[in-house]
Ligand binder design. Structure first.
Ligand code: TRP
Length: 326
């Protein structure tokens, strides 16, 4: 079975955007591939080194979100990056052969510095994080890497690093990974912008029903539809993409027509959706509540999986040492 690798940074609880942008795909991939999914806590440190206090608890919260949606250790190998030191060794060795220019031209390097201008990101670790990501992926010989479009250049870079290694040491140690571009299920945030933790416009997987209902009821709609009697346009309404995911064809036809001829109000349209979202989240939250009591420590829960990851990683690093003859 071919291998899949992906990882997430532990930055807090996951929202619906994460689910429909990544997790649902991860869950499906578990059926056909041997999947390795990592909690990239070292990656979280590249931008949060000044305030690392939350990373540990965020690691646990991320694990809870995974487990309650169906990413689990029966089907996949789940692990915490910092508990697998082989990644650090490979990262160091790959650092020797990676030209600085390759890292400086990575689009996220300048973009994130501009976006996070309040943070000091002129650090070696931040510049080198695509090398760390490369080491995450190729240490498991992953053939496929499901990622969003922003991460594709990093997977490309990992291919270049692999090729350079193979040429330099004349030995094919790694599998060249390929990005599996997740089809963008664009779920806008409650304010119509991209759903993002930093915009405070998200519906979290762990939100209680009252909160979900309140958030969706106050979500922006087609801004041109000011009065109930104004006809609206679903194409311009951030609520419509939610219907696309959650509602039946009949319901979609009903809200589309009702919106365009002002036959229904925005709240009528949202009520249909709210019921679907609540029904979708109920089993996830139920499972999460139970697991939250059971799992006090992510490392303890992941011990077996972590061991498997460690063994696989160690095999690769042994082959790497052999190739470099060190
Ligand atoms: N860099 C990714 C992010 O910032 C997380 C990540 C770390 C990752 N290692 C990875 C993703 C390996 C895919 C493969 O979200």
């Amino acid at each position: 079975m071919k291998r899949v690798f992906s990882a997430m940074r532990p930055t807090g609880r996951l929202h619906l955007g994460h689910y429909f942008g990544a997790l649902d795909n991860w869950i499906k991939l578990q059926k056909d591939y041997e999947c390795f999914y990592g909690i990239a806590d070292w990656h979280a440190l590249t931008t949060n080194f000044e305030a690392p206090d939350d990373i540990r608890e965020n690691t646990r919260q991320l694990l809870l979100d995974w487990l309650s949606t169906g990413v689990n250790t029966e089907k996949s190998v789940l692990f915490v990056q910092s508990k697998n030191l082989a990644h650090a060794e490979l990262y160091l060795l790959l650092g020797m052969i990676t030209p600085v220019a390759w890292l400086e031209r990575t689009p996220t390097y300048k973009e994130m510095q501009a976006e996070l201008s309040h943070k000091d990101l002129a650090n070696y670790g931040f510049l080198g994080y695509p090398v760390l990501m490369t080491s995450d992926i190729i240490i498991y010989n992953a053939a496929y890497v499901p990622v969003g479009i922003d991460q594709v250049p990093h997977v490309e870079l990992s291919r270049e690093i692999v090729r350079r290694f193979h040429t330099l040491y004349n030995k094919e140690v790694f599998v060249e990974p390929q990005a599996l571009l997740t089809k963008q299920a664009k779920l806008p945030g409650l304010d119509g912008r991209k759903m993002s933790k930093s915009y405070d416009n998200s519906v979290m997987l762990s939100d209680i029903p009252e909160v979900v209902e309140k958030k969706l009821k106050t979500m922006v709609t087609d801004t041109n539809r000011k009065k109930r009697s104004d006809p609206g346009d679903p194409e311009c309404c951030p609520v419509y993409p939610y219907h696309d995911i959650f509602s039946t064809e009949d319901e979609k036809a009903e809200v589309t027509a009702g919106c365009k001829n002002a036959g229904i109000g925005c709240l009528d349209c949202k009520k249909i959706l709210i019921n679907h979202v609540l029904a979708f989240l109920a089993p996830i939250r139920e499972k999460r509540t139970r697991l939250e009591r059971e799992i006090t420590d992510a490392d303890e829960y992941l011990a077996d999986s972590q061991k498997k990851a460690g063994e696989e990683a160690e095999k690769t690093v042994a082959a790497v040492r052999e190739a470099i003859k060190i």
